[in-house]
Design a protein around this ligand. Structure first.
Ligand SMILES: [Zn+2]
Length: 258
């Protein structure tokens, strides 16, 4: 077991108490949750794979439309990394909390399907998903694992099996609207919850970054676990600036086993 500083241990115990008392706890997860699984944050510049490209430009709807080969060249290593990534101890701990009835839903800014791979059931994907692709012409939706295999391996741009037009990964690109149904669900969850846990998000990307504020305004407790401070740490009941892959399992252990 990891030994934490007395201050961190107190925060972990307090967080576990809040989960035990909560009747409707919601998690908001961001890129920092998946970095221990080896997935870089594609929305921040200068990280790993994307240091040579400008993600805002290449990962945009307009690049996808006007220069799909450029988009897919950028997208290929990301797709490959995501397909090979495995959930880390924090994803697994959150799935355990959910199956024990301590989490109602997970709102995620991640596209990597790692919550689902870990066993989480109610996952609201705010920035889309790597699970599927949709035809830009006839809207036929296909499974990513089958239709991206040749692309990841050889670089062939994925084409619709029905009409042969380019398939677009169902991830939300820059310049694209958030999925409306997911946004409504996320807002509903933020307004209903009595506890929100923000994990691995620096709360910089709107409108998702505003959800914890909606929860706070209705009297919910707020826990923030991220390796850098966010604009809401001053209002959080608990904030822990440490590795999510250590802290989340420790909180879960305490909730489930006392
Ligand atoms: Zn089609």
């Amino acid at each position: 077991m990891t030994r934490f500083s007395p201050q961190t241990q107190t925060s972990i115990d307090f967080a576990a108490d809040l989960f035990r008392q909560s009747k409707h706890a919601v998690v908001l997860s961001g890129a920092g949750l998946s970095t221990p699984s080896g997935i870089p944050d594609f929305r921040s510049t200068g990280t790993g794979l994307w240091s040579s490209d400008e993600p805002m430009e290449v990962a945009s709807l307009s690049t996808f439309r006007t220069a799909p080969e450029k988009f897919f060249k950028w997208f290929r290593p990301l797709a490959s990394q995501i397909f090979n990534a495995r959930p880390n101890s924090a994803h697994c701990a959150l799935a355990n909390l959910e199956s024990a009835g301590h989490i109602s839903s997970i709102i995620t800014q991640n596209i990597d399907i790692l919550h689902q791979k870990a066993g989480s059931k109610t996952v609201i994907e705010m920035h889309g998903t790597m699970k599927t692709l949709t035809c830009t012409q006839c809207y036929h939706q296909v499974d990513a694992e089958t239709h991206l295999a040749a692309f990841v391996e050889k670089g062939d741009i994925p084409l619709c099996p029905k009409c042969n037009q380019t398939l677009k990964p169902d991830v939300i690109l820059f310049g694209e609207q958030l999925p409306q149904a997911a946004w409504f669900k996320a807002q509903h969850e933020a307004r209903q919850c009595d506890l929100m846990l923000v994990v691995g998000s620096s709360l910089e990307v709107l409108p998702v970054a505003g959800l914890p504020m909606q929860a706070l305004d209705r009297g919910a407790h707020l826990i923030i676990i991220n390796n850098t401070p966010t604009y809401l740490n001053v209002r959080a009941d608990i904030s822990i600036l440490e590795d999510v892959a250590l802290i989340i399992p420790a909180i879960t252990e305490r909730v489930l086993n006392g």
